[in-house]
Ligand binder design. Sequence first.
Ligand SMILES: [Zn+2]
Length: 190
Amino acid sequence: MQVPFDEYAQAAGVATELVNTAPRVWNGTDKLSDVVALETFVTTHVPAAWAPGLERTVATEDDLSATHGLRDVLRELIDSGDTRQIVHRATVLTRSVGALTLAVEDDRTRWQAATVPEAPLADQLGLLTGVGVLGVTHALGVERFRPCASPDCAGVFIDTSRNGARRYCMPGLCGNRVNVANHRARQRAQ
Ligand SMILES: [Zn+2]
């Protein structure tokens, strides 16, 4: 896994997606309940350029439980809303970093962090999400770590939008839910 620092917003997006697979967000149903779900999560959300070959990853039960642990740490970190807490916890997540290096592209170079070779899957995801969290904290501030505005949603998110006005953890789902509830309330009122 190699994560370019200037793509921290995309990395933070993966952290948001991971946190919101938790049972507490889905009325007790874990959206990351088995190794197949974990493999699908990785191939769906991790940019292929950051982890060549990751689409062929076969996740194990150990990977799954370690990723659940990572998910819990990310949730605590987002809930804390405290800069020092966030930086401390995210730094621990990046412990599998093996090298600080440059990605060399056709006409430019970019800073990036890479894991040690053969790092376990959860450690790779830890580096990825850690870079995302640290990047957002540094560039945008801790007020970007927020709970979902939908009253019946327990999700949280890291807001990487340009204007910082994001309100929902899953905009398509939670935003629509609120719109439907408001619509019904208006209908009842009439
Ligand atoms: Zn939500």
